[in-house]
Design a binder for this molecule. Structure first.
Ligand code: ZN
Length: 440
């Protein structure tokens, strides 16, 4: 399914002279929903790179929600380079760059771009998702629960501003009450924290939310506690985001159950990565630590796409590291080829049924498959060998005929079928053996 709301994703092509260059890591904006059908919420994740609860929740709004009335604009990866490098801020704290900033700051352009989005006339309300330490409490209870902690709080800079949704304190109280109905553990409940920024909080004056309210945009900071695992932080964040959507009348459908298990599943259910317009397709959700001989394009810059806004490829010596948010998915060791574009699909027999399969797609197999011979081309099923056979077409191949360690995934179910014309690479198909092998 093609998400119709994606406006732009990470810049994918980047040219450089000698060595294959990668695109720069820039944030993406995803517009989910239709304009003029209701209010527009701007949701921001990852202003600090080491707060995965916030950016995971924001990213799920892109990949696993459908907005049925109103709009949610999502920037799930504001500080993308720091997210990918698992740093709070590779160039310092980005959330202190919203009042004054030198033009020479490496993040100057990023800040200008996000300020433009924040002040866009379409945006009605803004949430900035964070993971904070401990548990905020108005009173000192212990080291983890006191006024200097941030976790499990909803933050406002002041009680009110002018305009629609300007009653920040009142809205905040409603949200906190609503979310707390599903939180049984009293110490995990949300609290409203007013930083009274305008009364002289020099640090908070430099933040995104304070910039927003000074441009007449209602804005809230949302903090989940860093004491929890990522999926539980995302669980709390999503409760808060949904409470806001309900409060201001944004309609939504969620495509997973809002539980920690449901979040974990959703985080990994669509993690594909394609290079050079699907010439190379990998399912990286559960990839092996290293994938070797990945057929990259000779003398060309690296061009990739993932439907998930937290996936990126960075170079690492002679290899490439596939990252997902703060996590490492796999390393790719490329082999370089000239590419050939003469084929778009292959004729295969899958469990005895003949069919045409598009290059750059995944085909599900229950017991066996065969690629039909094609004059002038050579098929290579990675991990399958038969003595004296160079072209592996016209062989019925079962899971047990392929060496497991050549699989893409750790479970040894997904294998690469590559096709070549002479020395030129034409494309690949992923064959995925189902876990229920033979039911009869
Ligand atoms: Zn933060």
């Amino acid at each position: 399914m093609l998400p119709r709301y994606i406006v732009f994703t990470v810049l994918l092509v980047f040219y450089h002279s000698s060595q294959a260059a990668l695109p720069e890591l820039e944030f993406s904006l995803h517009k989910n929903g239709k304009a003029k059908t209701g209010p527009t919420m701007l949701l921001i994740g990852g202003i600090q790179g080491d707060e995965p609860g916030g950016f995971t929740a924001a990213s799920l709004l892109v990949t696993h929600y459908r907005i049925t009335s109103g709009q949610v604009w999502v920037v799930p990866n504001l500080n993308f380079e720091s997210i990918i490098r698992r740093s709070r801020g590779v160039y310092g704290d980005m959330n202190r760059k919203f009042s004054r900033l030198k033009q020479t700051d490496p993040e100057f352009e990023t800040i200008q771009k996000i300020k433009q989005i924040i002040t866009s006339k379409d945006v009605d309300i803004i949430l900035n998702l964070h993971d904070g330490s401990g548990f905020y409490n108005e009173r000192y209870i212990d080291r983890q629960h006191n006024p200097n902690r941030w976790g499990q709080s909803l933050i406002i800079d002041q009680e009110r501003i002018n305009g629609q949704y300007g009653n920040l304190g009142e809205i905040g109280k409603n949200i906190v009450n609503k979310v707390n109905r599903v939180i049984r553990q009293p110490l995990h409940r949300y609290r409203l924290k007013n930083t009274h920024t305008a009364l002289g909080d020099k640090e908070m004056e430099k933040t995104l939310t304070y910039f927003a309210i000074n441009h007449a945009k209602p804005a809230f900071g949302v903090e989940a506690s860093k004491n929890f695992l990522t999926r539980r932080r995302a669980y709390f964040h999503l409760h808060v985001v949904e409470a806001f959507m309900e409060q201001i009348g944004i309609g939504y459908e969620r495509k997973f159950s809002l539980t920690e298990a449901g979040i974990k599943k959703a985080m990994y259910d669509k993690l594909q990565l394609a290079f050079y317009n699907n010439k190379v397709l990998l399912d990286v959700a559960n990839a092996r630590k290293r994938l070797n001989y990945v057929p990259f394009k000779k003398n060309a810059d690296i061009h990739y796409f993932s439907g998930n806004p937290l996936v990126a490829v960075i170079s690492s010596n002679d290899r490439f590291n596939v990252r997902y948010g703060n996590r490492n998915l796999t390393y790719l060791k490329p082999s370089y080829f000239e590419y050939d574009d003469s084929l778009t699909n292959l004729k295969m027999s899958v469990d005895g049924q003949p069919k045409y399969v598009r290059l750059g797609s995944i085909v599900d197999v229950n017991s066996h498959f065969k690629v039909h011979r094609l004059q002038g081309y050579r098929v290579n099923v990675i991990g399958f060998t038969k003595k004296g056979v160079r072209d592996e077409s016209n062989h019925d191949i079962k899971l047990e005929n392929i060496r497991h360690r050549y699989s893409v995934d750790k479970q040894a179910r997904i294998f690469r079928v590559e096709i070549y014309q002479g020395k030129r690479y034409c494309g690949m198909i992923l064959v995925r053996f189902n876990s229920m092998e033979r039911t009869t």
